[in-house]
Write a protein that binds this ligand. Structure first.
Ligand code: URA
Ligand code: SF4
Length: 216
């Protein structure tokens, strides 16, 4: 007898996504997602947070170390920076729905200190997790999506997405069969890594102001 292994392309969250129910039902189901291998090493699923009635949805890459421990998106250093930038741009984080393209933390360990180092998800993992983001979008129906960096951009707009080409502009695209406005910008972690951190922060705020203006 031959044992055939499922092809890696079979990675998908699809069978775990409930056909009906609101955000609470999605969150409960996502906690048990085994749609790709990332659930194995991570502590827990980090689902999106915010009201179903939120006008704006912010989409990041994937949870980081702190998010993985606490089970909440954007609570670590990048999240703190994002909240400062949102406040400066005049967007109330309490009125936003905040989520990630990928719901489990991917990392490697640096050997001497065994710290967990963030590792970018592959396109395949991002695609596998896509049904959760699609389900969140279907419930929240945001007026605007703020796309934080390349992974979120590729997840929503395809692999040709280049953040430098479109950041700070209002895009109009069809996303999962629905017309959608999006404002892409850099990922807050990129601001933390930038040599000119203040300049990078100002750039993020400027892009978020475009989003604030588009929301009216
Ligand atoms: N970076 C992200 O993209 N998302 C988080 O939730 C935290 C850091
Ligand atoms: Fe499921 Fe996404 Fe986690 Fe993969 S990363 S197991 S698809 S929730």
């Amino acid at each position: 007898m031959t044992v055939t292994k499922a092809p890696e392309d079979a990675y998908t969250a699809e069978p775990f996504v409930p056909a009906r129910g609101g955000l609470a039902a999605l969150r409960r189901a996502a906690a048990g997602c085994r749609g790709c291998p990332l659930h194995r090493e991570a502590t827990q699923t980090v689902f999106g947070e915010g009201a179903a009635a939120a006008r704006v949805m912010l989409v990041g890459e994937q949870p980081g170390d702190q998010e993985d421990r606490q089970g909440r998106p954007f609570v670590g250093p990048a999240g703190k920076l994002l909240h400062r930038a949102l406040a400066e741009a005049g967007i109330d984080p309490g009125e936003a729905y905040v989520t990630n393209a990928v719901k489990h933390f991917k990392f490697t360990r640096d050997e001497p200190r065994k710290r967990r180092i963030h590792k970018a998800p592959t396109l395949r993992e991002t695609a596998a997790c896509g049904p959760w983001l699609a389900a969140e979008l279907a419930v929240v129906e945001p007026e605007l999506i703020v796309v934080l960096g390349a992974t979120a951009g590729k997840a929503l707009l395809g692999s040709s997405f280049r953040v430098t080409e479109v950041r700070g502009t209002v895009l109009e695209r069809e996303i999962h069969g629905r017309p959608q406005r999006l404002v892409p910008t850099v990922h807050p972690s990129a601001v933390l890594r930038a040599e000119d951190r203040e300049g990078a922060f100002r750039g993020l705020v400027a892009d978020l102001k475009v989003a604030a203006h588009a929301l009216g």
